[in-house]
Design a protein around this ligand. Structure first.
Ligand code: ADP
Length: 266
């Protein structure tokens, strides 16, 4: 039950030697786990290899686009087409970078740079940055951030956490809508909440939004959406020993709540 609950595929039942059915069953479970563990490992390696292999050709496409776009004599129509190719290649290159990062995390090769951080300050900064993108959709952001909340964390990753959640709140928010942000303290944790009044997420999609490449609305493939943002968010939160949940009402909006352990005072 523990192996199932914790998803630790390297654990085994290891009942030892014995002759009755229970021992045979336990051995069979262990053999099955060997097969599953090897399969999952292969898949992770595959993702990592594929991302590596794709990095170079995509950079070449981007470079060639830039070179051609730099030619002043380029006909207008060709320029527009090239710009589309460049935009798509740029999305692809971002997706590959995210995939590589996630696969590094999967394989336990991600290195966190931990330091004492003023999370309140980091939050203020991240929300301020989101204002510019939100303004393009006339979305108003209201933030209540309690001062002086510290944690031990990786600054780059926590900025990314904010960035991904705010980007989603804007992308799936409605024109002239609102985003409410709060950061406060709750039972030894920092609680950050991001609520929007956008399109919301259907009940059947909600459990899957953390999965890689899962998009509730597959028709919205443009605008730089990759379906990797929330997988990254979940990984960052877990790497900081926190938890994150989402609640949503379709047509009304979505609330993300994230709890991160406060820095120990001692
Ligand atoms: P994407 O790059 O598609 O935004 P994410 O992993 O960040 O990928 O999100 C996965 C899916 O979850 C999105 O495609 C969208 O359907 C849904 N989603 C995420 N955040 C929100 C939100 N604030 N409001 C509504 N839907 C959301």
């Amino acid at each position: 039950r523990r192996i199932q609950r914790e998803g630790d595929l390297s654990a085994r039942v290891r009942l030892g030697d014995g002759r009755d059915e229970v021992y045979t069953l336990a051995r069979t479970f262990d053999e099955l786990l060997d097969t599953i563990e090897a399969g999952v490992k292969r898949e992770k390696q595959f993702t990592s290899d594929v991302s590596h292999e794709l990095r170079t050709p995509v950079s070449v496409i981007l470079m060639q686009c830039d070179e051609l776009l730099g030619q002043e004599t380029l006909p207008q129509e060709l320029r527009r087409e090239l710009e589309t190719i460049r935009r798509k290649a740029l999305n692809m290159s971002r997706m590959i970078a995210q995939l590589l990062e996630l696969s590094r995390a999967d394989q336990g090769r991600a290195q966190l740079e931990l330091e004492d951080l003023d999370f309140s300050e980091l939050s203020e900064m991240s929300v301020a940055e989101a204002h510019t993108i939100a303004a393009q959709k006339s979305i108003a952001i209201e933030a209540k951030i309690a001062p002086g909340l510290h944690l031990v964390g990786d600054q780059t990753l926590l900025i990314r956490l904010w960035g991904n959640l705010m980007e989603n709140a804007i992308r799936y928010g409605r024109e002239s809508g609102h985003i409410w942000v709060t950061v406060d303290q709750l039972d030894g944790c920092i609680r950050m909440q991001i609520r929007d009044d956008g399109i919301g997420i259907a009940k059947e999609d909600l459990p899957h939004i953390w999965e890689r490449f899962y998009r509730a609305d597959r028709s919205r493939t443009d605008s730089g959406s990759s379906g990797l943002g929330l997988s990254m968010v979940q990984w960052i939160v877990r790497a900081h020993h926190g938890e994150i949940t989402a609640e949503s009402e379709p047509g009304r909006g979505t609330l993300f709540t994230c709890l991160l352990p406060l820095k120990n005072k001692n």
